[in-house]
Design a protein around this ligand. Structure first.
Ligand SMILES: *Cc1c(COP(=O)(O)O)cnc(C)c1O
Length: 397
């Protein structure tokens, strides 16, 4: 590499993050992160770890003792659930209705287990009837895995029903709640879900890099009854719990990301201050405001109303419009980041995230105003001047 200038400090631009994550991080969380690093076995830090566990139990609505953040992004939490619960030769039923279900299958296969796939079209929820049929046809299946909030399409699946179907057959569940936690109800104990993982940079509005995971009693039992050690040393919960387990005595496993955990602690404190139900209601209200504005402009949402995620809005790109150019204009002019479509939906949708600190009237209004200006210049067939009044009516009735 050749360069003429010395490398100096990095100064990121100011953005409004309205894509599929990360979402905007509150200054309180950033300030928490800038506090002095302490040892990961420091008694003061261990006290904070216990608070993080307690706050995560509240967020997940669970009493599960094994509730902790895995040191790694959401994908690490996903992998941790599979490598701890699956052994070679096991069978897992995997629901695929978007990108993240596809990754679940990849995890199952890399564990040496057999994946029985239940497929649904991208943009639609997991079909419980198909899952019931797959459970019936595979009586030896060890677990059922599905994505609660499919971020690639903006679809919510019926986690309560899917967990119930699995429970009736004595099958364990792995639930991806990366995009759902903090944005819509994730009711781990009420659902009887066995293993649930999430991420910090979506509706929790923390920095990326941690993955909250919770294991219920049946998952803990399956872990303790393994025939052989799992293939991952780093993600082995039987080792990690010696660090994250209760009491003052902690054994070194790996060096916890100390400052990132300060950030998670602060974001969870903020969630508690707001109240979990209030956070769900805020996400729902911002979604209603955005939807009213988009529809008044003449744009439409991809997903049917009863399975739409408030925190991830898949918007159909009008015919003849270059969706990438719109996103690039939104970023360069307004500092506003939108998400692109993936896979079969590439070029066909925008993904507008309203997650955590990015779910505010200011974000909704900036997004609608910017989209209107950019689309009007591109001569898209939209209604001018209708979006903001329509959104205001919903946001400020
Ligand atoms: C973002 C996301 C993941 C992966 O999380 P990373 O932090 O990017 O590893 C997994 N599942 C869903 C549904 C997600 O939205």
């Amino acid at each position: 590499m050749s360069r003429n200038q010395p490398i100096s400090s990095f100064h990121p631009p100011r953005r409004m993050l309205m894509g599929p994550g990360p979402s905007d991080v509150h200054p309180r969380v950033l300030a928490a992160m800038a506090q002095p690093t302490v040892g990961h076995l420091d008694p003061a830090f261990i006290g904070m770890m216990d608070e993080v566990k307690a706050l995560l139990q509240l967020a997940f609505r669970t009493g599960n003792e094994l509730t902790m953040p895995v040191s790694g992004p959401g994908s690490a939490g996903m992998e941790a659930c599979f490598v701890n619960l699956l052994e070679p030769g096991d069978t897992a039923i995997v629901c695929i209705n978007g990108v993240f279900g596809t990754r679940m299958r990849e995890n199952v296969e890399r564990c040496g287990a057999k994946a029985v796939v239940v497929e649904d079209a991208w943009g639609t929820p997991v079909d419980p009837d198909k899952v019931a049929a797959a459970l019936k046809a595979n009586p030896g299946a060890k677990l059922l895995a599905f994505v609660h909030a499919e971020t690639s399409t903006g679809v919510r699946s019926d986690a309560a029903t899917l967990c119930k179907l699995a429970r009736e057959r004595g099958v364990l569940t792995i639930v991806d709640a990366v995009t759902s936690l903090g944005g819509i109800p994730v009711l781990v104990d009420e659902w009887n879900a066995d293993a649930v993982y999430s991420g910090t940079q979506k509706c929790l509005s923390c920095v990326p890099g941690l993955s909250p995971v919770t294991f219920g009693p049946r998952a803990v039992e399956a872990l303790s009854k393994r025939k052989a050690k799992g293939q991952s040393w780093f993600l082995d919960f039987s080792l990690i719990t010696a660090y994250w387990g209760g009491g003052a005595k902690r054994a070194y496993h790996h060096t916890a990301p100390v400052n990132t955990l300060y950030a998670l602690h602060e974001s969870l404190v903020m969630l508690e201050e707001e109240g979990l139900e209030n956070a769900w209601a805020r996400h729902a209200r911002m979604h209603e405001g955005l939807k009213a504005g988009l529809e008044a402009m003449g744009l439409s949402l991809l997903v049917a109303p009863d399975s739409r995620l408030p925190q991830l809005n898949a918007v159909t790109v009008p015919a003849g419009i270059d969706e990438a150019q719109v996103r690039s204009q939104m970023l360069s002019r307004y500092g506003l980041e939108l998400g692109a479509g993936l896979g079969a939906l590439a070029g066909k949708i925008w993904r507008i995230g309203l997650m955590g600190q990015s779910a505010t009237p200011g974000h909704v209004t900036a997004c609608l105003g910017g989209l209107e200006a950019v689309l009007a210049e591109m001569k898209a067939p939209i209604e001018i001047g209708a979006a903001l009044p329509a959104a205001s009516k919903v946001l400020f009735p």
